[in-house]
Design a protein. Structure first.
Length: 260
């Protein structure tokens, strides 16, 4: 299916690996010229080279921390008026809420709420002027089904969700649509890190721990990042203009609800 994106441009945040990389690759395959961001310049450049080789698309890099003003400025300097913005940033650490300091709360809110808002603010008016814009925020399945051990993430991402719910409906008339993608467990480095502790406690390998977690999912597995990237690309497509302010769960059906 041609998604009608050839010739469009995109900023994809935190795209050197994992779900961000999957989204960048999926968009590049649709003929989108992209700017990808990431904190590690070497890994980011390697990812860019790989995406170029696989797709032939234009891929530029903005190395830096997207949760900082300097990091955002670097990305926007390369592409100040993107057609597409994919907001993404690593989640804050897990723990008991009693141990979360004020600084930890500030950091979580900055990374997972304020940074996406700042980037949306920077690009939204040019999108409105062009009568085309697609913004996808990668949040978490915990927004709909909170996970007690990641209270920092639960709170910060829920805050972003609330802001988007109102804003998306204000700009939809201009063919600027904003939606959120809520991942469950996907086979990424982050999942391997989060499962390492459980694996050590159980005396099994990380692969065995991931397989056990996948077996508990209705699909019997964890997600493939390529599936996530494809869903992201569709939400950015020319045909998604009537999908407004939604929170799409990609969790294999783990969230048990009649209405989603």
């Amino acid at each position: 299916m041609d998604l009608g994106l050839s010739g469009k441009t995109a900023i994809v945040c935190a795209a050197s690996k994992g779900l961000g990389r999957a989204c960048a690759l999926a968009l590049a395959r649709e003929g989108v010229s992209i700017v990808i961001t990431g904190r590690g310049a070497e890994t980011l450049e390697a990812t860019a080279a790989e995406i170029r080789a696989l797709t032939g698309a234009s891929v530029r890099t903005a190395a830096g921390d997207i949760t900082t003003e300097a990091g955002r400025a670097a990305a926007l300097a390369l592409l100040p008026e993107p057609d597409i913005l994919i907001n993404n940033a690593g989640g804050p650490p897990p723990g008991d809420f009693r141990d979360f300091t004020d600084q930890m709360w500030h950091d979580a809110l900055n990374a997972n709420m304020l940074t996406p808002i700042a980037l949306i603010k920077a690009v939204i008016d040019p999108m409105i002027a062009k009568k085309f814009g697609r913004i996808v925020n990668i949040t978490s399945g915990s927004v709909k089904s909170p996970i007690p051990s990641i209270g920092l993430s639960n709170g910060a991402r829920a805050g972003l969700t609330g802001v988007v719910a109102g804003l998306a409906r204000q700009v939809a008339r201009h063919n600027v649509v904003i939606n959120n993608l809520l991942p469950g467990p996907f086979n990424t480095d982050r999942l391997r890190i989060t499962e390492a502790k459980a694996a050590a406690a159980a005396g099994v390998t990380v692969e065995e721990a991931i397989a056990k977690r996948g077996a508990q999912n209705p699909t019997g597995r964890v997600g493939d990042p390529e599936e996530f990237g494809a869903a992201c690309a569709f939400l950015c497509s020319a045909y998604s203009g009537f999908i407004v302010g939604q929170n799409l769960m990609l969790d294999g059906g783990a969230f048990n609800s009649t209405m989603g």
